[in-house]
Design a binder for this molecule. Sequence first.
Ligand code: NAX
Length: 329
Amino acid sequence: MKAPVRVTVTGPAGQIGYATLFRIASGAMFGPDQPVFLTLLERANPTSAAALKGVMMELSDCAFPLLAGMRAVQDPVEAFRDCEVALLIGARPRGPGMERADLLEANAAIFRQQGQALNVAASRNVKVLVVGNPCNTNAWIAMKNAPDLDPKCFSAMLRLDQNRAMSQFAEKTGAPVASIEHMAVWGNHSPAMVPDITFATVEGKAAPSLVDDEWVKNDFMPTVAKRGSAIIAARGASSAASAGSAAIDHIHDWFCGSEGRWVTMGVPSDGSYGVPEGMVFGFPCIVKEDGSYEIVKGLELTEDTKARIAKNVAELQGEQQAVAAFIPN
Ligand code: NAX
């Protein structure tokens, strides 16, 4: 039997936590022969603690053969001790009357503390996925506060946006989702994101040849970018199962390799495509079998995509300025 992978999940009592933990423990994230040990970090208040206790009772009741153990920990340093995979889902939601700047600052405080704790305690090869919004900037804050870890340990979740793009395109063309390759989503996990079919293929055929440009600009791109709001309007609650599923996909492919497929990850830029170095940005990536990844390079972007990427860079620079006080010199 392999040694268990040590996974830390924050916000485990929330709705995405609930949609993710059981699938991690069942083997969906690391495969059917890889045990896991779960460490769960919730907010220190009686309601959250009670809800987490219930989640742990249910995890226990599943008798998952791959769940080697679990524990709830309130101190971030202890929670990240030796962890190999960290899912940072817990975040402060926007409350009534809260301005965008207040939201950025409230989350900056959380992700600074968690970055510092990861820096001290996590495995030097830890794979960190930030789901909590604003996820690109939260991942950047955690990364900047963990100077002893390789910046490539940190990522933000844009996989849900890629999955949404693939399924919208599959629906339009009538092709199975599995036949779509090289779908990309560039930028920030915000309505400014850039779903991009330029390089995509469907059953080997060039995607742009299968649909008209007007549909791409006026239907496909806004539908993908605003899907989160459409889910809230329909369900009365934000995406949870699909977000959890995307987190499983993201870590699965980062941990096991993407077998040559493009996967969209929010990762620190290496300066490619005019994105400032270090900015956490959605790029198409290929992950090798050893878990190292590369941004796909040398793509000929359309002028429209370049302009939209520049808009995302400006948006993220604005977010970075708003949280500058949380970044060490
Ligand atoms: P919930 O409010 O249901 O759950 C959040 C949980 O995090 C709560 O249990 C809360 O107590 C806990 N928490 C808050 N601060 C914490 C801290 N400092 N340490 C540990 N736990 C903490 O939200 P949920 O629907 O699960 O969403 C979680 C986050 O994911 C939100 O920020 C949400 O905006 C974001 N999302 C990101 C997506 C993405 O694609 N990147 C898509 C889905 C989702 O919108």
